[in-house]
Design a protein around this ligand. Structure first.
Ligand SMILES: [Zn+2]
Length: 557
């Protein structure tokens, strides 16, 4: 998703100065609070019902959904059913699904027989007359109907019209949850292995959803049903409807079908703009391996909002212009060379959709990586120096007021630091590894190890530590679980002696850093204890490679 759009846009419009790269000193932030706690309000009952992976979710494993709905643009309503197939992991008589209270549960059936259920806010507890047995597979049909509330930044489910007055109905619900418009197990830990999506819309309109297009069927009652098959695990919020009078064109990247859907009046602008998708996908494939959803294809679909990484069906609303809505996003003269939304949302196919966070608390695995992948794209196209400039251009947008990783189990999304600080952290880690081939292999192996899985930050830390054969845990903790970044403290003493240490919240924080005389930097190995060395450069020429690390430097008198 693109969460930071409003703030970032405001900054761009305000003409914020471009990145302060190659800075050698900085005023550090005030000392951070010792505990990495959220400063936000305590969780509500709704937060807990939404975010907790409790007994009635943990007792089952999703296998398959068939969402079969009819959308009425005139009434702004949706009705239909979701067939839910799951395997029990422990014996129990109840499971939890979710559906927004504004929508009606019409009935829930098991082999044709109605099941009892109880609702509390968005939770729907379904009770079975006999114990469901661990290891056994069950199927239920949840029938529902109603008028979804338009809510959140991108509308959740929004009934709009295009400039010609035709219906244009889209979904984007990462924050608000998929249960705002369809019944499902609305959490991040468990994904079905696949899904069928059947959407009936008035004749003359088309629905573009995730997965492979199976076919369309005229129903004879003024509606046409559009069928799509998702052949990979999918996030609930990644499931999308895009209903409009779309025009379609296509291309291929080797065996991979590329399909593009835009409003007819935008065809001429879309064709050259969307040609960017192919080289972008090629660059990401070079780094990480094959596009993750090859059997489902890759799609770009025009929507009335900015963009969203719906799996294999990327939502696009960047106005067919380069940069961020036509503006230089990072302010360092590179962003206008490519379409920000195509690159950012397509990067999510690897990180976000293939490798997914198991809790919203760890969403930097989506956004930090996707933002870092923008930098890798820039590096491939424009070189390493341009990439360093691009990533450093994000520094002014980091706030460092709350940890990147938030509290688990309450569906609390991190601040927008998850984007820029997440990317700057990975950029820093690369400098710690200090071996490009090793770093690229590490990223690729990490992706390959965890693709089609939902993971937490601990999994990232464990994998990186094991692959590198060193304990980077304090570095991960400082950047992701503490608000403040580390400060390199330098004190130039008499007779050319330099004292140096890290000021960090993590007592064991130790991170190599390049510093010394310009043009002859060497690697210092500071810890949180003072060390001394013969200074490699006089005080007034001594520099720290702050463009390669996200750190502050403080010179003590
Ligand atoms: Zn994103």
């Amino acid at each position: 998703m693109w969460q930071g759009c409003r703030l970032v846009l405001a900054l761009v419009l305000a003409g914020l100065p471009s990145a302060a790269i190659a800075q050698t000193t900085a005023i550090s932030a005030p000392p951070a609070a010792p505990a990495a706690q959220s400063t936000e309000l305590p969780p509500t009952r709704a937060d807990i019902l939404r975010g907790e992976y409790g007994r009635y979710r943990a007792n089952n494993d999703l296998l398959f959904y068939h969402l079969d709905v009819r959308v009425d643009p005139a009434r702004k309503s949706i009705s239909g059913s979701n067939e839910v197939r799951f395997r029990m992991l422990s014996d129990d008589t109840r499971i939890q699904l979710d559906l927004h209270p504004s929508l009606n549960v019409d009935r829930i059936l098991s082999e044709g027989a109605p099941l009892k259920y109880a609702r509390e806010l968005s939770a729907v507890y379904i009770d079975f007359p006999a114990t469901l047995r661990a290891g056994e597979t069950y199927t239920i049909d949840v029938h529902y109907s109603g008028m979804p509330l338009e809510q959140g930044r991108f509308g959740s489910m929004a009934f709009r019209t295009d400039s010609a007055g035709r219906p244009w109905i889209t979904t984007a619900c990462e924050e608000e949850g998929a249960s705002t418009w369809w019944p499902n197990k609305d959490q991040w830990r468990d994904e079905p292995d696949g899904m069928q999506i059947s959407v009936a819309v008035p004749d003359g309109l088309m629905d573009v959803s995730n997965g492979k297009f199976v076919g369309s069927t005229k129903l004879g009652d003024g509606y046409t049903r559009w069928d799509w098959l998702v052949q990979y695990p999918i996030n609930s919020y990644g499931v999308a409807l895009n209903i409009g009078a779309y025009a379609h064109f296509s291309d291929r990247l080797g065996d991979l079908p590329l399909d593009f859907y835009v409003l007819p009046e935008n065809l001429a602008r879309a064709k050259p703009q969307f040609a960017q998708a192919k080289p972008m996908l090629e660059i990401f494939e070079r780094y990480f391996g094959e596009y993750p959803f090859a059997k489902d294809g890759y799609k770009l679909i025009e929507v009335p909002y900015l963009g969203m990484e719906h799996q294999s069906a990327v939502a696009y609303g960047n106005k067919f212009a380069n940069g961020y809505l036509g503006r230089d996003f990072t302010g360092v003269g590179i962003s206008l060379q490519f379409d920000f939304i195509i690159i950012h949302e397509s990067a999510h196919e690897w990180f976000g959709n293939a490798v997914s966070a198991a809790d919203a608390s760890d969403m930097w695995i989506h956004e930090g990586f996707a933002t870092y992948l923008e930098g890798l794209y820039v590096e491939q196209r424009f070189g390493r120096e341009a990439s360093i400039n691009y990533i450093n251009g994000e520094k002014p947008r980091v706030r460092n007021q709350a940890p990147v990783v938030t509290q688990r189990g309450i569906h609390r999304e991190p601040t927008q630091d998850q984007y820029f600080k997440g990317a700057l952290f990975l950029h820093t880690l690369r400098s710690v590894v200090n071996d490009d081939a090793k770093w690229e292999k590490l990223l690729r192996d990490f992706y390959q190890r965890f693709k089609y899985r939902s993971i937490l930050t601990e999994d990232v830390v464990q994998f990186f530590n094991a692959q590198l054969g060193q304990d980077l845990t304090p570095i991960f903790n400082q950047y992701l679980r503490r608000p403040a970044i580390p400060v390199l403290e330098l004190k130039f003493q008499d007779e050319g002696t330099l004292a140096y240490r890290w000021k960090a919240d993590e007592r064991d924080f130790a991170m190599p850093v390049r510093a010394g005389a310009p043009g002859a930097l060497q690697i210092l190995e500071p810890t949180t204890d003072w060390k001394t060395m013969r200074s490699p450069a006089a005080k007034d020429v001594f520099v720290v490679a702050t463009d390669l690390y996200y750190i502050d430097v403080r010179r003590l008198e």
